[in-house]
Design a protein around this ligand. Structure first.
Ligand SMILES: C[S@@+](CC[C@H](N)C(=O)[O-])C[C@H]1O[C@@H](n2cnc3c(N)ncnc32)[C@H](O)[C@@H]1O
Length: 621
């Protein structure tokens, strides 16, 4: 069973005309009734010597235990924004990692923070990015990606232990230790220390003896100070000197990154690197972004859950939370829910197991629980999961939105690479193309099916890749007038922006890439045949105005994507298969985190799933 999120169980009380948020569950206040913001500024910001420590750094990472109303985050954001707006200062890309086991509703947050008028714009911005309420990781950003937030929904110890990051500063906030011992346990202190950068600091409102001793034993020098308001003491801490050398500071401004491939993979990497100021060039073989496998007229976005907990499920859910949020952010979502039908006996069993695992209704419902029946008259008796946060997306529009403001060069076919040493800049790449040689400090291979030809003979890890063709039928809107959402059933069906319906895709293996099977009536029949019967029965099979599209996808032997570093100065994001619109954006963020040495959007397990060296490791290489 999953570790579920908790109901916050709160009451809002009036204290001298100000709303005060009380946790009945933990028998404590979320923040000081008199002036929570002043408390935050003293305890957490001054306690960590912020914002001074953020100046003139390319990245700065703050981690918090216990997000609550987000007041600590907002106070920090206000400081960061002043730095960002000051022409004489240089603000970092701010990474904020926060845990929460009982997320509050946005409406509650707005109500209790209403006295802080100066923060109102930031409160609105923060509430607009709050993730759906399910256990797991949710990446979001603000200010065009200059502020990146990882909401880790679950228990602090578990979530931090599984996460991959080094914090420069910690906000330890989590109700009084006497009321909430889980947040003040040895294991968590050790996880905090092991997730700290070599000059990390911490601050907390509590100065309980066992907290100070525990943090000291875990590796922090802890000091006690006079507390805020009625609290007697607070603490600050600094990680004890370690012999470990800090990671090389990365100066993105000097680095030229060439991304080979202008589909969802390349676009996602470009979007993730852009806020840090890299000099980015995306090379596309076609005429525009997203004209290969990312160019279908519609794609379904839903998670792939598994019968038992798995790393692949975590990857899928983390990718899904982020990709759905992006689709809405850019206004390129096409449908508001997604239904996944169990299309054979094995799938029926899988669904049954998934339903016993304790997922909340934010993840899925049984279709009977929704109003979908009235809307569509679809086959809701067929075993299915309805994903209320799911839907469909315009793949090309998402790809192009991610690549906005990034330099591109189209009509460019890469034929090979070479490395040379530049006196000034060290090792550099020369990328040979049909349009001449292009220099780069870093290469990202994101060329989808085109990679299979490019990489096999010289790349370090073993990469068992396979190209398949996917042929999609395009139905005129009139062939299924009531259809307005997104379903998957092995294949998928979703309505495009122009009203046509995409139905597909075939999975054609061992094909001649120059002469894939045609788009014809046989294909349309075959695509219809994969649908649940009650849905198939509603389709008007006059194929006169049907058309279709063929694209090529790259998949790995174990069907999981490949994302990571594959040599010095070279990264790869590939084999997204048929699920690029779910996993592509988060894997783009992941590649950027590896390159910049910044917090990973994936936990350790999900990262191991996509490791390019996993095939070599299996063969003992
Ligand atoms: C004192 S409040 C945080 C106040 C918050 N920083 C703010 O600005 O509103 C503590 C938070 O920790 C959360 N929490 C309690 N136990 C937790 C646990 N084991 N793991 C993660 N979060 C937890 C609570 O739900 C609550 O939101």
């Amino acid at each position: 069973m999953l570790n579920p999120l908790l109901d916050p169980d709160i009451s809002i009380e009036d204290r001298d005309g100000r709303p005060c948020l009380v946790s009945r569950r933990f028998g404590d206040l979320y923040f000081a009734a008199q002036d929570g913001l002043a408390e935050t500024e003293l305890v957490f910001l001054s306690g960590n010597d912020l914002p001074q420590r953020m100046q003139n750094k390319p990245h700065f990472t703050v981690a918090e235990t216990g997000f609550g109303t987000g007041l600590n985050f907002l106070a920090l954001l206000q400081y960061w924004q002043r730095l960002e707006d000051d022409p004489d200062q240089s603000a970092p890309v701010l990474h904020y990692i926060t845990t929460e086991i009982a997320p509050l509703d946005g409406a509650v947050i707005k109500e209790v923070l209403s006295p802080y008028q100066d923060l109102s714009e930031l409160i609105d911005a923060m509430v607009s990015i709050l993730p759906p309420r399910w256990p797991g990781r949710h990446r979001r950003h603000l200010f065009g990606g200059r502020v990146v937030i990882d909401f880790l929904y679950g228990d602090s110890f578990e979530m931090i232990n599984d996460a991959v990051f080094k914090a420069d500063a910690w906000f330890l906030d989590g109700f009084a230790p006497s009321q909430n011992p889980d947040m003040w346990q040895e294991g968590l202190f050790e996880a905090i220390a092991s997730h700290s950068s070599p000059d990390a600091t911490l601050a907390s409102f509590t100065a309980a003896g066992h907290v100070r001793r525990g943090l000291d034993a875990a590796g922090f020098d802890v000091e006690r100070h006079q507390g805020f308001g009625r609290k007697r003491h607070r603490i600050t801490g600094r990680i004890k000197a370690t012999p470990q050398k800090p990671a090389d500071p990365i100066s993105p401004n000097r680095q030229k990154v060439v991304i080979i491939g202008a589909g969802i993979a390349g676009a996602s990497v470009a979007a993730a690197l852009k806020p840090a100021g890299y000099d980015i060039l995306v090379l596309g073989q076609g005429d525009e972004a997203g004209d290969g496998a990312s160019g279908n007229i519609a794609a379904v976005q839903s998670p792939r859950l598994t019968a038992a907990e798995s790393f692949s499920e975590r990857l899928s859910l983390t990718g899904y939370s982020y990709a759905r949020w992006l689709a809405r952010l850019y206004g390129v979502d096409l449908a508001d829910q997604a239904i996944s039908y169990a299309w054979n006996d094995r799938e029926v069993t899988r669904h049954q197991k998934i339903k016993t695992r304790g997922w909340p209704e934010t993840v899925f419902l049984s279709p009977e629980q929704s109003d979908l029946k009235d809307e569509t008259g679809f086959d809701i008796t067929h075993p299915a999961l309805l994903f209320p946060e799911g839907g469909a997306v315009d793949p090309k529009a998402l790809t192009q939105a991610l690549m906005a403001d990034v330099a591109t060069q189209f009509g460019t076919t890469v034929t090979g690479f070479e490395q040379s040493t530049d006196e000034d800049r060290g090792r550099r790449w020369q990328i040979k193309t049909n349009q001449g040689v292009i220099d780069a400090d870093i290469i990202v291979l994101a060329a989808g099916s085109g990679l299979a030809a490019l990489t096999q003979d010289w790349i370090d890890p073993i990469l068992p890749l396979q190209v398949t063709a996917g042929r999609v039928s395009h139905l005129p809107a009139t062939s299924l007038p009531s259809f307005d959402h997104a379903i998957s059933f092995g294949g998928y069906m979703a309505k495009a922006k122009d009203g046509r319906i995409a139905l597909g895709a075939s999975f054609d293996r061992h094909i001649d890439l120059d002469a894939p099977p045609p788009i014809d009536d046989d294909l349309h029949h075959a695509n219809i045949k994969t649908l649940p019967e009650a849905v198939a029965a509603k389709i008007d099979r006059d194929f006169t105005n049907w058309s279709g599209r063929t694209s090529f996808r790259l998949a790995s032997r174990d069907r999981a994507p490949i994302a990571g570093q594959i040599g010095k100065g070279i990264y790869m994001i590939a084999a997204l298969g048929a699920r690029g619109m779910v996993t592509g954006p988060i894997l783009g963020q992941y590649i950027a985190s590896l390159m910049m040495n910044t917090p990973s959007p994936l936990d350790r397990g999900a990262a191991s799933m996509v490791d390019p060296y996993r095939f070599s490791a299996k063969e003992g290489l």
